[in-house]
Design a protein around this ligand. Structure first.
Ligand code: AHR
Length: 517
């Protein structure tokens, strides 16, 4: 009898496990809960999270933002159609000139009369560099689009003197040699470039002038000192590791320990992929992004521990994107699809969830090269990735909230279980508006969710911005860039007990905007 009972009980357990797993796998509607509380804040969403990157690579600069002699360009060579699209992306800070290119670049080649500038071999991308677009052209472009310039020094083959002269050329107001060179080149007022990167991916064996953590830290520390002596207002970004196969944690630890009294940020780079064509696994990359941020944030705290007055140190996620289909042969002209657009939301959700420490981020890159804007000689088209980037940027300066999320979970191959809903939320206290950003990473399940609020009464009028498409692989091209675009609508929610139910469609990215009374 006892044996029979034991058997029945194990059968019941097995059945229960099967039923509960089928709840997820058979696509029945699970329910989820999101709880918002404007008192539970993480940090301010820094405006610099909506930055971009413009490297001398393929058609990013030449044929991208700059095309001398084109009927689409202005008198200086800037493409006007591209500039309009860039402005609507709300680019807050623009990184330049690389990337890998920076480690072989001599900025002094790129100033003065254009026709006298030398043509050089670009060893990073095996190309020729005409130098017709240089420091003045870049800084003028930033002024035109209203973005902060962010210059990456050459910490590969370059010297500390080159770096400090560059700061002097850009920022010195007195009559010094380099400031007067700037004047000679037509610019009286200093540009006041505040953000400078102390090199790019110097831990990578692919990098010109690749260094060990100790060699790099020593170089960067001395460069930082010299640059700051020229202009004490500069903000400096140390090169974090991007060679994740190697001991990236050790690199970051040494760099942070050495530069903790000079650097203001440490850089992180991440490119994600869907190489195995598994949508839900692709959408689980947030675990890796969160992990890189959290480990680096811990290393920052470790470097600061014991210091009576530690210098504030943040993360600059200064290269991020989806990138896996193209290489140098294709000049990185990646064609993005709808699922890549969803990945944009995933990156921003992670940045927002860590808004206390991630204070700058730069999409890599802006035009033609792994970019949301693609050009040819006749015009441009916007890739599906363009739209979430533009929409998330509207949340700059909001307060990021620590959201409670309870949602059905899944376990993608080789990864830890994670909730289907990837969520972040921000609050604009000036106009008392909540923004709820939800990526439903289930391939086929809509997720009906109760959205609740703690402080203040939710308005019933909800503005919905949604990106969704039946075809995960849908792309745009020239003359056909309307099909993968967001839709917007206003709905009237049935608010009960300061909450309402909303169904987040399968494989979609939704931003709900709700006033709080
Ligand atoms: O963005 C393309 C390249 O990716 C950059 O030049 C480099 O920093 C990174 O490896």
């Amino acid at each position: 009898m006892v044996r029979l009972l034991t058997r029945i009980s194990s059968l019941i357990t097995i059945l229960a496990v099967l039923v509960s797993s089928q709840l997820v796998t058979l696509g029945q509607q699970p329910s989820a809960r999101i709880k918002l509380d404007t008192d539970r804040t993480i940090g301010e969403v820094d405006k610099l999270l909506f930055g971009n990157f413009s490297e001398h690579l393929g058609r990013m600069i030449y044929g991208g933002i700059y095309e001398e002699g084109s009927p689409l360009s202005d008198q200086y060579g800037y493409r006007k159609d591209v500039m309009d699209a860039v402005k609507q992306l709300n680019v807050s800070i623009l990184r330049w000139p690389g990337g890998n290119f920076a480690s072989g670049y001599n900025w002094k080649d790129g100033i003065g009369p254009k026709d006298s500038r030398p043509v050089r071999i670009d060893l990073a991308w095996n190309d020729l560099e005409s130098n017709r677009f240089g420091t003045d052209e870049f800084l003028r472009y930033c002024e035109l689009i209203g973005a902060e310039p962010y210059i990456c020094i050459n910490a590969g083959l370059g010297s500390i003197d080159d770096a400090r002269h560059w700061v002097e050329y850009c920022n010195e107001s007195r009559h010094t040699y380099w400031a007067d060179q700037r004047r000679k080149n037509g610019r009286e007022e200093p540009y006041k470039v505040k953000y400078w990167a102390l090199g790019n991916e110097i831990d990578g064996p692919w990098q010109l002038g690749n260094k060990s953590a100790e060699e790099y830290s020593k170089f960067a520390l001395e460069a930082a000192k010299a640059m700051r002596l020229v202009d004490r207002d500069v903000k400096l970004v140390a090169s974090g590791s991007s060679n994740y196969g190697a001991d990236w944690v050790a690199w970051n630890r040494i760099v942070l320990q050495t530069l903790r009294n000079q650097a203001d940020y440490i850089a992180i780079h991440t490119y994600i992929n869907n190489r195995d064509n598994d949508f839900e696994r692709f959408m689980a990359w947030s675990q890796t992004i969160d992990h890189y941020i959290e480990i680096t944030a811990g290393l920052i705290r470790q470097a600061q521990s014991g210091l009576p007055n530690p210098r504030p140190l943040y993360i600059a996620y200064d290269e991020w994107n989806v990138w896996y289909r193209t290489g140098n042969r294709e000049k990185l002209e990646e064609v993005y699809n709808f699922e890549d657009a969803l990945a944009m939301g995933m990156f921003f959700n992670s940045f927002f969830r860590h808004a206390n420490v991630v204070k700058m981020a730069n999409l890599a890159q802006m035009v033609n090269v792994i970019a949301p804007i693609m050009t040819n000689k006749q015009g441009l088209f916007l890739q599906p990735t363009y739209f979430p980037i533009a929409e998330y940027s509207k949340q700059h300066d909001n307060m990021s909230l620590d959201v409670f999320v309870s949602a059905p979970t899944y376990r993608p191959q080789n990864r830890r279980p994670l909730p289907y809903l990837d969520v972040s939320a921000t609050y604009n206290s000036k106009d008392k508006t909540l923004f709820l950003n939800v990526l439903n990473r289930s391939k086929d399940q809509d997720i009906s969710t109760r959205v609740e609020n703690q402080e203040g009464q939710l308005d019933s009028s909800v503005n919905v911005w949604e990106m969704n498409n039946t075809d995960l692989k849908a792309t745009h091209t020239f003359g056909d860039d309307k099909k993968v675009r967001p839709v917007t609508r206003t709905i009237t929610a049935t608010v009960q007990n300061n909450g309402f139910t909303y169904k987040f469609p399968a494989h979609s990215l939704t931003i709900l905007r709700i006033k709080v009374k």
